[in-house]
Write a new protein. Structure first.
Length: 308
C-alpha cells in the first residue's frame, strides 16, 4: 500500500519505519521543514537498547505532492488534528483508509467532520516512543495496537487493512468490534498515569512503586471507569487497575508523553484525556473530582507558560 503518516514525531516515525520494513511505500508528512530535511537526508533511526536500526523514509511538507494514498495514519497531537486533516485532503480519495492512532477521546469525531465517517478507522496503541533528536526515536518494546471502525456497525474491511499493514511490519495489531470500549480502556490508563507522571516527574515504574502515587493512580482510574460504565461500556474497575499497574511496572523507566511535554515546555493533551472524562462525567452526573483536579492543575501549568 501507499501510506501517508501525518506527524513525524515519535509514534509517526515508529509506524512509518515499520510500514516500510513491511514492504509498503510510506511517506512522513510534517510541517517542520528542518525535521523533514533531516529525515530525507538520513532516514529514521529507531533505538532499542544497544540496537539501532535506520530506515530510509521519504518525508514532505507538501501534501499536494503525494497523490491519493491507500492509507493515512494521523499521529499528531490532538490539538493539531483538524488542521492536519484539512491539509490531508489532497491525498485522501474515496477508497483511502483514514486512521487515528492518537491519544485521547475525540480525534475520530474530528476526522469524521472532514472525511466520510465510513472511511475513518480509530484505535489505540500501547507502543511508546521518546524523541532523541530529529529522526531518532527510542522505542522500548513492541506493544499491541487495537483498531476498529469509527462508524458503529460498519462491516467494511478498512480496520483489517490498517491492522494488516501494522502486522506486516511485525507489530502486534488486532481488530475490535466495537472499538470504543478499547479506546476507553486506554483513556482510563492515560487519565490515571499521564498527569500523575507529569506533575511529579516520576517515570512509569516509580508511579506504581510509590505507595501514595500507586493509590492515586488506582483511584483516578476507578473514577474514570465509573464514567465509562455510565456510557454503557462493560469495563471492570479492578481489571483496569491491575492492568495499569502491571503496565507501569513493565514500562519501568519509560517517561510518559505528558511528562515529555512538561519537560519540553509544550502544550499537553489534557483536554482529550482527563478533560474527556470530566465532560462525560458532567453529562452523566457522575462526580469526577480527581480528574477535574488534574485538568485544573495541568491547564494552570500551561497558562503560566502561555501555552493555551
Amino acid at each position: 500500500m501507499r501510506i501517508a503518516v501525518v506527524g513525524a514525531g515519535a509514534m509517526g516515525a515508529i509506524f512509518a519505519a515499520r510500514f516500510v520494513q513491511g514492504g509498503h511505500e510510506a511517506v512522513l508528512v510534517d510541517v517542520a521543514v528542518p525535521l523533514v530535511e533531516q529525515i530525507n537526508a538520513g532516514g529514521v533511526t529507531i533505538v532499542r537498547g544497544e540496537d539501532k536500526q535506520t530506515t530510509a523514509i521519504a518525508a514532505t511538507t507538501d501534501p499536494a505532492s503525494l497523490g491519493v494514498v491507500d492509507l493515512v495514519v494521523f499521529c499528531t497531537k490532538c490539538y493539531h488534528t483538524r488542521a492536519a486533516a484539512e491539509s490531508a485532503r489532497p491525498f485522501v480519495g474515496p477508497d483511502t483508509v483514514v486512521a487515528s492512532l492518537q491519544n485521547g477521546w475525540g480525534n475520530g469525531d474530528v476526522l469524521a467532520d472532514v472525511f466520510p465517517a465510513e472511511q475513518v478507522v480509530v484505535g489505540v496503541t500501547y507502543n511508546s516512543g521518546l524523541v532523541q533528536g530529529p529522526g531518532r526515536v527510542v522505542h522500548p518494546a513492541d506493544q499491541p495496537t487495537v483498531v476498529g471502525a469509527f462508524a458503529e456497525g460498519d462491516s467494511g474491511d478498512r480496520p483489517q487493512r490498517l491492522a494488516q499493514a501494522l502486522t506486516d511490519g511485525d507489530l502486534v495489531a488486532s481488530v475490535a468490534d466495537p472499538v470504543r470500549p478499547e479506546i476507553w480502556k486506554k483513556l482510563i490508563l492515560n487519565a490515571a498515569t499521564l498527569p500523575t507522571a507529569a506533575l511529579t516527574g516520576m517515570h512509569a515504574g516509580a508511579l506504581t512503586a510509590h505507595a501514595g502515587m500507586n493509590e492515586l493512580v488506582s483511584e483516578t482510574a476507578r473514577e474514570a471507569v465509573t464514567v465509562a460504565q455510565g456510557l454503557g461500556y462493560e469495563i471492570d474497575a479492578q481489571e483496569r487497575v491491575d492492568a495499569i499497574h502491571a503496565l507501569l511496572e513493565k514500562a519501568g523507566p519509560t517517561r510518559a508523553s505528558m511528562l515529555q511535554d512538561f519537560e519540553a515546555g509544550r502544550r499537553t493533551e489534557i483536554d482529550v484525556v482527563n478533560g474527556a472524562v470530566v465532560r462525560a462525567g458532567d453529562e452523566l452526573g457522575v462526580p469526577v473530582p480527581l480528574n477535574r483536579a488534574f485538568v485544573q492543575l495541568v491547564t494552570g501549568w500551561e497558562s503560566v507558560r502561555g501555552l493555551q
